[in-house]
Design a protein around this ligand. Structure first.
Ligand SMILES: *Cc1c(COP(=O)(O)O)cnc(C)c1O
Length: 456
């Protein structure tokens, strides 16, 4: 059968339906809805089992009440604030709850918005930093054409995109074996009068490590004293923003640190909502230049908008509010605490295998990574283990660390709500069996094509 056609199962085909559908061209004739449903449904059968996908941070399971709320609200457009004033009001409730959770000086007035995810939130955060710096430079009669942003080389790809799309020079502070995350010590030579801000990551994507926001801020205080540059910090808390407040309430990473100008998180990661939802909060109106807020005349009203997209689903915002009510602070602490306990149980078990050395142990966000012990074997790599686990249904990616550590290949597990202790025990048994199998090989596995990078 030609590769550009899909065969319609005869059992589902109704009289008049063609036996094939074209994959790449809109058909001329319509078809029976049930037949069309089955074509789409069958096509997605080979998608993996989301519960066994330990690669992604993004929510793959919510309870039945959430599903019901979701299906009640499929049709709501977040931007139609006139038509759905209650959805708009609920967005505001969530924004204030989150601003309060992150200790904004005045949660009720801190500027905030929901977004489709952290990437959009980070674009807005970066733009606000750039705009503030430009305003200041112009007021001082200085050149404002060469902005730079300082961050660790382990930032998520959205920051590379921000710098590329919005013409900002990225300055990557290299991660190294001694400094696996940005910690302030190496910051000084990267910062100058054109630095619009420093990004700190709460929950480095590769390893889960929390970058020490207070230390980074202290290093910037020293730079200000010595050289006069007042550089704000944005915290990319895509995952940690919904973990640290519940599990590490004494960790000072948020607006309690006065240099922190803005914070983002992904509602669809440890916010526990289905994709796509993000949040961003600014410390106060000084941190968000008014010139970035659009006041649009919409359905007869004056509406401030800030997000990059116009139309977008409103249902996720309702789901976030549902979860804040349903779980409360205690419930969030319990859910995240359970994930962290499963993560540390798994990292204990994996770290105990002689083949492996842990890079992190899941005691921050419930994410950890490990590497092969140097000299353990010439016969297999973590890519082979990843392939073997995939054959058993588990998605556990292997990938190189970022620039300067890219020689080091690691494998990572992201524990999400839904990876139960029981599933974790089954996974650990499978890892042990597959490592024993790979260790029993008498010769190196043949090497095929190189493995590409991995971004999550
Ligand atoms: C996942 C992630 C992002 C991107 O978030 P999306 O919600 O997927 O757009 C940005 N930064 C960090 C640190 C992340 O972990």
């Amino acid at each position: 059968m030609p590769a550009d056609r899909i065969h319609v199962n005869p059992l589902h085909r109704r009289s008049g339906d063609a036996p094939f559908v074209d994959k790449y061209r809109i058909p001329t004739h319509s078809m029976d809805p049930l037949s069309a449903y089955h074509v789409v449904h069958d096509e997605t059968m080979l998608d993996g089992n989301a519960r066994l996908n330990l690669a992604t941070f993004v929510t793959t399971w919510m309870d039945e009440e959430a599903q019901k709320l979701y299906s009640d609200a499929f049709d709501k457009n977040m931007i139609d604030k006139d038509e759905y004033p209650q959805t708009a009001a609920i967005e505001t409730y969530c924004q204030r709850m989150i601003a309060d959770l992150w200790h904004a000086p005045d949660p009720d007035t801190a500027p905030a918005t929901s977004t489709v995810g952290s990437s959009e939130a980070c674009m807005l955060a970066g733009l606000a930093l750039k705009r503030r710096w430009q305003h200041r430079r112009r007021d001082e009669g200085k050149d404002a054409s060469r902005p730079n942003l300082v961050m660790s080389s382990a930032v998520q790809v959205c920051w590379e995109k921000f710098c590329n799309y919005f013409d900002v020079e990225p300055r990557y502070v290299p991660v190294s074996a001694e400094h696996p995350a940005l910690d302030g010590t190496l910051l000084d030579p990267f910062v100058d009068e054109n630095t619009i801000g420093v990004v700190a990551i709460l929950g480095v994507t590769y390893t889960g490590a929390y970058e020490p926001v207070e230390e980074i801020a202290a290093a910037l205080d020293a730079i200000e004293r010595a050289r006069g540059f007042d550089v704000p910090v944005h915290v990319d808390a895509a995952s940690g923003g919904m973990v640290a407040p519940f599990l590490d309430p004494d960790l000072r990473w948020d607006f309690r640190v006065s240099r922190v100008a803005s914070i983002n998180t992904s509602g669809h990661k440890y916010g526990l909502v289905y994709p796509g939802l993000g949040w961003i909060v600014w410390r106060d109106e000084h941190a968000l230049p008014e010139s970035m807020v659009f006041r649009v005349d919409y359905l007869g009203g004056d509406m401030p908008t800030l997000a990059l997209n116009f139309s977008r689903p409103g249902a996720q915002v309702l789901l976030q509010f549902y979860l804040f009510l349903r779980l409360g602070r205690e419930g969030y602490a319990e859910v995240q605490g359970t994930s962290r306990a499963v993560a540390t149980y798994l990292s204990d078990g994996i770290g105990a295998l002689p083949a492996f050395e842990l890079i992190s142990d899941g005691s921050t966000i419930p994410v950890f990574a490990w590497r092969l012990v140097d000299g353990h074997t010439e016969n297999w790599t973590l890519y082979d283990l990843s392939d073997r686990l995939r054959m058993r249904g588990w998605l556990v990616p292997a990938y190189p660390l970022p620039a300067d550590l890219q020689e080091m290949v690691v494998q990572r597990i992201v524990v999400r709500n839904g990876l139960t202790q029981d599933l974790a025990e089954a996974l650990l048994r499978t890892v042990r069996e597959e490592v024993a199998y790979l260790d029993s090989l008498p010769a190196p596995l043949p090497r095929g094509e190189g493995h590409g990078g991995f971004r999550h």
